[in-house]
Design a protein around this ligand. Structure first.
Ligand SMILES: C[S@@+](CC[C@H](N)C(=O)[O-])C[C@H]1O[C@@H](n2cnc3c(N)ncnc32)[C@H](O)[C@@H]1O
Length: 236
């Protein structure tokens, strides 16, 4: 895995995200750039969260952004404590505004590579569209520490496709359609969206990612249109 360049690229991407949170409109762009399919994707991948032990659940959403997964988690589980983690203080501020009245949500500003959470304290982990930002080996080490042997981990991201045509379509979408959409829905963060496609060629192969995740337990990989990948990991 290209650790050094990935680390640098991930750091740059996180800075671009910060611009979106501070001067742009992340939520409008999330809907626009998925061509209205954001709700469908979120409903589908949150189905993979589980509660094998039939008890009160603690679910971590790491790289939570503005907390877009929260309504989908709450529609599935009532008796739950959601821990929202993000490296961006600005994104957590937006999430806090949205869910101000909720007493079952905690907010933690820290890196996914070094989370300040207790050993074995998390039942389910959800992470959407964050993986490309982090050093995957460090993230996996952290996940191993904070989860327990019955935990389920669901990780989702746009990824370098293993199918050539899907890869070309995704690059076209990110390089041309997304910048155009940002001019309409989030013009002040155009500079962030125009650079978004550049991370794709540097990502490791999605099947290689399964091997890294298999250090945690059983891994299943699914995809939406061979562009958005979902890794479902059952700790064991
Ligand atoms: C594309 S946004 C996705 C936000 C949200 N999960 C969603 O589905 O809408 C990626 C998020 O990952 C966060 N992030 C990037 N690097 C991170 C890191 N090392 N630790 C925690 N969060 C990170 C960014 O701040 C940003 O909020």
């Amino acid at each position: 895995m290209r650790n050094v360049s990935r680390k640098h690229e991930g750091h740059r991407l996180a800075q671009l995200n910060e611009i979106v949170y501070q001067v742009g409109n992340y939520d409008a762009m999330a809907l626009a750039m998925t061509l209205g399919l954001d709700d469908y994707f979120r409903r589908e991948y949150t189905k993979f969260l589980n509660n094998t032990r039939e008890k009160f659940l603690r679910i971590l959403d790491v790289g939570c952004g503005t907390g877009r997964n929260v309504p989908y988690i709450l529609s599935k589980y009532k008796d739950v404590n959601i821990v929202l983690v993000d490296i961006s203080f600005s994104s957590l501020k937006i999430a806090l505004e949205k869910y101000r009245g909720s007493t079952n949500i905690d907010y933690v500003c820290c890196s996914a590579e070094l989370m300040c959470l207790r050993e074995g304290s998390i039942d389910n982990v959800l992470s959407s569209y964050m993986l490309r930002h982090v050093d995957i080996a460090k993230f996996v080490r952290e996940l191993k520490f904070i989860t327990h042997r019955f935990s389920r981990i669901v990780i989702v991201d746009f990824w370098r496709s293993h199918v050539a045509i899907s890869m070309m379509l995704l690059i076209l979408h990110l390089a041309i359609i997304v910048p155009f959409l940002s001019l309409v829905f989030s013009p002040r963060s155009f500079c962030a969206y125009v650079n978004l496609w550049k991370f794709l060629p540097n990502l490791p192969d999605p099947i290689g990612i399964c091997k890294v995740f298999s250090r945690l337990g059983n891994v299943k990989m699914l995809s939406f249109y061979n562009m958005i990948y979902v890794w479902v990991i059952q700790r064991g």
